[in-house]
Write a protein that binds this ligand. Sequence first.
Ligand SMILES: [Zn+2]
Ligand SMILES: [Zn+2]
Length: 135
Amino acid sequence: MGLSNCPECGKLYVENAARVCPECYRKQEEDAEKVIEYLRDIDKATLEEIHQATGVKHKIILRLLRSGRIMGSEISYPCESCGTLIAEGRLCDKCSKNILDQIKTEERHQEHEKQSVSSKNRSRMYGKFIDTEER
Ligand SMILES: [Zn+2]
Ligand SMILES: [Zn+2]
């Protein structure tokens, strides 16, 4: 337990499980109530609609969504990369595929570099070995 700056308002507070100061925690709980209340009679909504109706920040609605506190309603929110509306994860199918491709390409690249470096080392070591043998 120690003092920490609240990530929401920047004030110093005693660290707790909520990871925000008590004031912000209370505010977040109020926001959560608003969102949950709003969605009680709604099956489908977009992040923007919830924001417009409740005035709650996108960030907080997303956090509620990810922590599983909003259930039973289908919420769509923008892909973090291109803004297409999605209902799960952080990225739309297209962007997550792009990222996977990128990772694969990078891995292949690194693998390639590692191989060329080690073969260079090996020939250098081998060369030295020959040298000492001959002397
Ligand atoms: Zn705070
Ligand atoms: Zn996307």
